[in-house]
Design a protein around this ligand. Structure first.
Ligand SMILES: Nc1ncnc2c1ncn2[C@@H]1O[C@H](COP(=O)(O)OP(=O)(O)O)[C@@H](O)[C@H]1O
Ligand SMILES: [Mg+2]
Length: 271
């Protein structure tokens, strides 16, 4: 991107992989490639606002050249290498709380099942709630140390609430075996206690607590397939990220650990 291009298009917003280099801020607005189901997604985002949920960008318009304009959400977005506050208990609780509020508002909104929702990160079991499905740090705006808004609804699709929480847990607990966790976050993180905190702050039901560890395993498989698809297509950003993060060995290790510790996670959630 030349300086001239940057001036004409606005400030490039970094943080994503899917639309890297194609997301711009112009004053109060963000302009980015529109997902193929943008029309239905914008209807849903407006309905969330009508139902009192303020934690998402407001869609403004779709352009003839296939882009969408949304409101810019002021605040802090954590980008790698992640700052320490990302792993505070306050951050974790606030993510659980924000997801709960998204789901509460979403529960009252009918989702068009024929809207061509993306399938790659969607709940294989399906469902009636529009899940965000990609609540990674890069897609959460914080204010005063608390999660205030979700952005980037490109992977949103109908599913079960517990699926969305499982996806969020992968990043925010994070659901990493101890060896993988040390390479990313020096310091002790008790995954069992932190999953419990996330479930409590979300207000997860007892029935969903029994399911959550298994659903996290399923969500991890789905995320691995998402990466594998892009690696098979030789997408440079995904090839590089896989190499930097310990390759398939790390995925194997995480999946083995999740299965081995499933009962411990269930016990921690129900205790
Ligand atoms: N509406 C918004 N408000 C505030 N920041 C945003 C908004 N949309 C995007 N961003 C910033 O731009 C980055 C990349 O945007 P995103 O839409 O998530 O791209 P990608 O689809 O590539 O993940 C985000 O991580 C965030 O930092
Ligand atoms: Mg993103």
């Amino acid at each position: 991107m030349t300086a001239g291009g940057a001036a004409a298009d606005g400030e490039v917003l970094v943080g994503g992989m899917a639309n890297a280099g194609a997301v711009f801020r112009r004053g109060r607005f963000v302009q980015r490639p529109a997902p193929r189901n943008a029309r239905a997604l914008h209807v849903h985002l407006l309905a969330l606002k009508e139902h009192g949920f303020e934690g998402a960008p407001t869609p403004v318009r779709l352009t003839a050249d296939g882009r969408e304009h949304l409101t810019f959400v002021p605040g802090d977005v954590a980008l790698p290498p992640f700052p320490r506050w990302v792993l505070t208990t306050t951050a974790l609780e606030s993510v659980g709380n924000l997801l709960r509020r998204l789901h509460q508002a979403g529960a009252a909104i009918e989702v068009d099942p024929d809207a061509d929702w993306p399938t790659e990160l969607a709940d294989p079991a399906g469902g009636s709630l529009l899940c965000h499905n990609d609540v990674c740090p890069e897609n959460v705006v914080f204010r005063n140390g608390r999660a205030a808004a979700l952005i980037d609804f490109d992977q949103a699709a109908p599913g079960r609430p517990v699926w969305d929480l499982a996806m969020a847990a992968r990043y925010w607990v994070p659901m990493l075996d101890p060896a993988s966790a040390t390479t990313l976050n020096p310091g002790e993180l008790d995954a069992f206690a932190r999953l419990r905190i996330l479930a409590d702050s979300y207000g997860l039901s007892a029935a969903d607590r029994t399911e959550l560890p298994g659903v996290i395993e399923q969500a991890t498989e789905v995320c691995r397939a998402f990466v594998a698809h892009r690696v098979a297509n030789e997408e440079p950003a995904y090839l590089q990220a896989l190499e930097e993060h310990g390759g398939w060995d790390r995925w194997d290790r995480i999946q083995t650990w999740l299965t081995a510790e499933r009962d411990q996670f269930t016990a921690a959630l129900l205790r």
